[in-house]
Design a protein around this ligand. Structure first.
Ligand SMILES: [Fe+2]
Length: 152
C-alpha cells in the first residue's frame, strides 16, 4: 500500500482547509501503516480508523456548513462526493470491527483514501475554495478571510 504524500498541487489557498487536509492525511497514513503491520493487527487498524472517521466527519461538516452559508453553486456535487466517502468509511469501519479485511478492501483503501481523495481535493475542494476566496475579498467576509489566512 502506498502512503498519501502531501504536495503543493493539493493547496487550496485557504490555510485552515489546507491545515485540516494535512491533518486528515496524517490520520490516513497512520491507518495505512496499521494496515501494513504483520501479523494483521485489527485493534490498531480499528483505533486508527476511528480517529480517521471522526476527523472525516468533522472536516466535511465544516466544508458543508460553509458551502451552505455562502450559497456555493456547486454544493450538490460536492456533498454527493462527501456522502459517498462517509458511506465507504462507515462500511469499512464495520468490516474492520468484524475483523474482516479481504484483499478487495486493501485495494479499496488505496483507491478511496489516496487516489479518490487527491482528486477530490484537487478538483472539488480547490473549486470551492476559489469561490470562497472570491466572495471573501469582494464582500469583505471576515469569517472567510480568517479561514483563508488561517487565524484560529
Ligand atoms: Fe470536500
Amino acid at each position: 500500500m502506498q502512503l498519501f504524500n502531501w504536495n503543493d498541487k493539493l493547496k487550496t489557498g485557504m490555510a485552515e482547509i489546507d491545515r485540516q487536509h494535512q491533518e486528515l492525511i496524517k490520520r490516513i497514513n497512520a491507518f495505512i501503516k496499521a494496515c501494513m503491520e504483520e501479523p494483521r493487527n485489527f485493534a490498531a487498524m480499528a483505533s486508527t480508523f476511528d480517529f480517521l472517521n471522526a476527523y472525516v466527519v468533522e472536516h466535511f461538516a465544516l466544508e458543508e456548513r460553509l458551502m451552505l452559508e455562502h450559497k456555493y453553486p456547486r454544493i450538490d456535487l460536492h456533498v454527493q462526493d462527501h456522502r459517498e466517502m462517509r458511506y465507504w468509511v462507515d462500511k469499512t469501519s464495520q468490516s474492520i470491527s468484524r475483523h474482516e479485511f479481504p484483499e478487495k478492501l486493501v485495494m479499496e483503501v488505496n483507491y478511496r483514501l489516496v487516489e479518490w481523495l487527491q482528486l477530490h481535493i484537487r478538483n472539488r475542494d480547490r473549486n470551492m475554495s476559489k469561490f470562497f476566496q472570491e466572495i471573501a475579498g469582494k464582500n469583505k467576509i471576515s469569517s472567510l478571510l480568517a479561514l483563508i489566512r488561517g487565524d484560529q
